[in-house]
Design a protein around this ligand. Structure first.
Ligand SMILES: Nc1ccccc1C(=O)C[C@H](N)C(=O)O
Ligand SMILES: [Zn+2]
Ligand SMILES: [Zn+2]
Length: 209
């Protein structure tokens, strides 16, 4: 049985969310202890909380929602890169030879901030996105909550992703994943009109590993 790494955040009370965004909430609307034959929960959350995939609609008003995008970018071989040495943003010089990888996942946190929001996260420079696209990368993933800096108004990295029709995963948890090649499985929820989709993201050992 090939090894699996769960690279998803756990959704629960106190989940750190983008400043000012919707807090995560979960409760039970049907309870067995109240005589219901089943327990049924309900959730309130931002589309960009936890581990998620951005839809082009998030950064382009007339672009595809998450229910419309192809699933192909979210499934397949990927390269996990340790980019913890990067400073404010990941630059091309921070990256190793990609060996032709079509999906690149960047670890920027020393330890993923599960308990508190970290505004000082490492973004990805727009030039790096352009370089990755030129290398044939179709999906860029990061453990950061955004590919742009928190205070960005120009969204340069997201616009570079749009120009190159790439896909984005944000909020990955890569602390326990050694750099290297894996199979990525991270399918965003099919939300009509969704600007992002929550993912249960995993990595699976490649057969020839
Ligand atoms: N919740 C937000 C509210 C307002 C502005 C940004 C966010 C984000 O979460 C960033 C997003 N994940 C992004 O794709 O960059
Ligand atoms: Zn997002
Ligand atoms: Zn984003």
């Amino acid at each position: 049985m090939s090894r699996i790494w769960d690279i998803s955040q756990t959704l629960g009370p106190g989940l750190p969310v983008w400043p000012g965004d919707t807090a995560f909430a979960f409760d039970r609307s049907w309870r067995m202890e109240d005589g219901s034959p089943v327990n049924v929960g309900r959730m309130t959350m931002s589309t960009h909380s936890g581990t998620h995939g951005d839809a082009p609609l998030h950064y382009a008003a007339d672009a595809a929602d998450i229910a419309s995008v192809s699933l192909a970018p979210y499934l397949g071989e990927c390269l996990v890169v340790d980019a913890r040495h990067a400073r404010d943003a990941v630059r091309v010089d921070d990256l190793p030879d990609l060996g032709g990888a079509a999906r690149v996942l960047l670890r920027t946190f020393e330890a993923f901030p599960h308990q508190a929001w970290d505004s000082g996260f490492t973004a990805i420079a727009a030039e790096t996105i352009e370089w990755l696209a030129a290398q044939g990368v179709v999906l860029i993933g990061t453990d950061a909550p955004s590919v742009d800096p928190q205070e960005s108004k120009t969204m340069d990295a997201h616009k570079a992703v749009l120009r190159n029709d790439m896909r984005i995963l944000e909020g990955l948890v890569l602390d326990d994943v050694p750099p290297g090649r894996y199979e990525l499985i991270a399918l965003p929820l099919k939300i009509a009109g969704g600007d992002a989709g929550l993912c249960r993201a995993i990595l699976r050992e490649l057969p020839d590993a």
